[in-house]
Design a protein around this ligand. Structure first.
Ligand SMILES: Nc1ncnc2c1ncn2[C@@H]1O[C@H](COP(=O)(O)OP(=O)(O)OP(=O)(O)O)[C@@H](O)[C@H]1O
Ligand SMILES: [Mg+2]
Length: 248
């Protein structure tokens, strides 16, 4: 597909922190409408890559276009069309569930009445309508994660970036997040997610890259990767690529 139609186009993308090369010249394209995965162990460079996409880390070298815009010169425009679920939970503990959504709507300058309707709709989608008045601390881990996803959708984003959306959740809560992500993808929203969980990548991702110490060591669909490496699952693909187990 042409680069310009990609939801994300990264070419020669690189970033150092001091002496450490966090992202070491990576190339990938996320197609519009797909779920694309960044898979890799701790320190692989997944979060750094995502932060460059959503404007929290500066691109040091290489090209990075998001929804057809260069992230360095169009940071605000890109942010307006993105939804972000960060790795570190950053809900406002002083506010209720519903207020967390409304404050986010405020950041995007969305009209009040529209924001109220959208917040209620998203609470319904997240299965949190009955908890609208609760504080985040009163929710379970799975509910908080669903709230983070709902919050990321307040501006009706074209691309949602999710950094380890199910890490730390029990299997049932994970399942419930997966169902919501599948529903989003079914509605044509492009998803970019990072994960340590092979089952998650296999179930959700149309295509993925395997990252290790800042580099992409393989890319393809889960089925293509398993076939190419003659492996029964993605864990075995990673083991063959690196000689190491993927630490979940
Ligand atoms: N703000 C920072 N300052 C210095 N080093 C950083 C910073 N953020 C990340 N790093 C380093 O960059 C490398 C890549 O980190 P990154 O957070 O992108 O990895 P990751 O793949 O998201 O890992 P994890 O699976 O543990 O979340 C690591 O070696 C990390 O220590
Ligand atoms: Mg990370």
């Amino acid at each position: 597909m042409s680069e310009n139609n990609a939801a994300v186009h990264a070419h020669g993308l690189r970033k150092h922190y001091g002496e450490l090369v966090a992202v070491d010249g990576i190339d990938f394209d996320v197609r519009v409408g797909e779920c694309f995965g960044l898979l890799g162990p701790n320190g692989a460079g997944k979060t750094t890559t995502m932060k460059m996409i959503y404007g929290l880390a500066e691109v040091e070298e290489g090209q990075l276009q998001v929804l057809g815009m260069d992230v360095s010169s169009h940071r605000r425009e890109v942010k307006a069309r993105l939804g972000v679920v960060p790795q570190a939970e950053n809900l406002d503990r002083e506010l209720t569930v519903r207020e967390n959504l409304l404050v986010q709507a405020g950041f995007f300058g969305l009209p009040d009445e529209w924001a109220q309707r959208r917040a209620d709709e998203l609470l319904g989608l997240a299965g949190l309508s009955a908890r609208a008045g609760a504080r985040p601390i009163e929710l379970s881990g799975g509910m908080r994660r669903r709230l983070l996803i709902a919050r990321a959708l307040i501006n009706d984003p074209a691309l949602v970036v999710l950094d380890e959306p199910t890490t730390g959740l029990d299997p049932q809560a994970r399942q419930s997040v997966w169902e919501r992500l599948e529903a989003l993808r079914g509605r044509g929203v492009t998803l970019l997610l990072s994960t340590h969980y092979m089952e998650e990548a296999t179930r959700l991702c149309d295509r993925l890259v395997v990252m290790d110490t800042g580099r992409i060591v393989a890319h393809g669909s889960p089925a293509e990767l398993m076939e190419r490496f003659g492996a029964p699952n993605l864990e075995a693909v990673f083991l063959q690529l690196t000689g190491r187990e993927l630490d979940a």
